[in-house]
Design a protein around this ligand. Structure first.
Ligand SMILES: NC(=O)c1ccc[n+]([C@@H]2O[C@H](COP(=O)([O-])OP(=O)(O)OC[C@H]3O[C@@H](n4cnc5c(N)ncnc54)[C@H](OP(=O)(O)O)[C@@H]3O)[C@@H](O)[C@H]2O)c1
Length: 274
């Protein structure tokens, strides 16, 4: 069992958008102190500002960051993962835990570039993590012990929920929950446009659409009811909702969303070679 009060020494290789969000979550929830986080970037000229923004040690030396860490988060773009691992592999030991958030990069790719038995976890967070409302899929590589997966869960629970899945599902997780906020924004924006079309001021239409999206999501999560059942509860016989649903069916909303996730899953398999 992992020690729940444990503080970690963390290396965050690639403190860009997602790496930065994670650093802020770890600090906010006191899983690490500011001086126990070493983050890196590639552009030296950005270091001073980013370091001041995040409030942690920050530089361009990945090896130095890894030397001081017991957990190493790889947060660079998928195509850069190989070169960063080559740079730091001499500092890696089986006592350090590696967590990669890079889309499309399998744990086997990372394991093959590191010394034997270094534990590797693949993680896929999403941008609502900024608000602590994210969800992260986690998958274990071959040398990961349950206590190490527990460490990963605790780290990512600072920015939302976590689910542990078999690695074969990680490209699907990427397409559904990591890309998903973009699909929901389009739906939300379209509902707001619809509100404008039927005469509502834009701000009011956006508020109505956003709070409705949030409320519907909470109904699914908190009641545990099937979405179809919740939809039926809104749909009065001969009422107005069923007319709206008929338009959605005619416009093939369902099949369009399914096809979007299928396409994004296929693309997620290719990103590291892009
Ligand atoms: N954004 C998302 O919604 C999301 C969701 C889940 C997972 N991810 C994954 O998160 C990873 C990062 O995505 P992002 O959106 O955060 O990209 P990003 O904002 O571009 O961040 C990438 C960071 O990596 C740094 N970097 C590049 N080469 C480096 C090197 N050799 N050593 C150290 N740092 C280096 C960059 O430094 P500079 O700033 O100096 O260029 C940049 O800060 C990707 O693999 C992506 O698949 C992203």
């Amino acid at each position: 069992m992992a020690d729940k009060s444990a503080k970690h020494k963390l290396a965050v290789l690639g403190a860009g958008k997602m790496g930065g969000i994670l650093v802020q979550g770890f600090l906010k929830h006191k899983l690490a102190t500011a001086n126990a986080i070493w983050a890196t970037l590639s552009h030296a000229e950005k270091v001073a500002k980013r370091s001041a923004d995040l409030g942690v040690r920050l530089g361009t030396d990945n090896r130095e960051a890894v030397r001081h860490a017991d957990v190493v988060l790889v947060c660079v773009k998928p195509q850069t993962v190989g070169e960063v691992l080559d740079e730091v592999k001499q500092e890696m030991t089986p006592e350090k835990l590696v967590i990669s958030i890079a889309a499309s990069v399998p744990t086997s790719f990372i394991e093959a570039r590191l010394p034997a038995r270094v534990p590797v976890i693949r993680a896929m967070p999403n941008t609502p993590s900024i608000l602590g409302a994210g969800i992260t899929g986690l998958a274990a590589g071959q040398s990961v012990k349950p206590a190490q997966m527990e460490v990963a869960r605790r780290l990512f629970e600072t920015v939302g929920r976590t689910v542990v899945v078999d690695e074969k599902h990680m490209d699907a997780v990427t397409a559904l929950s990591a890309s998903g906020p973009a699909y929901i924004y389009i739906i939300l924006e379209s509902l707001a446009e619809a509100g404008v079309k039927v005469g509502l001021p834009r701000d009011l239409a956006t508020l109505l659409a956003a709070q409705t999206t949030l409320g519907a999501a909470r109904m699914v999560l908190e009641t545990g009811d099937h979405p179809a059942l919740l939809k039926d509860a809104v749909t009065t016989p001969a009422g107005c909702t069923i007319d709206g649903i008929m338009e959605l069916e005619e416009g093939k909303l369902r099949v369009t969303l399914i096809k979007a996730v299928v396409k994004a899953t296929q693309r997620a398999k290719e990103l590291m070679f892009a």
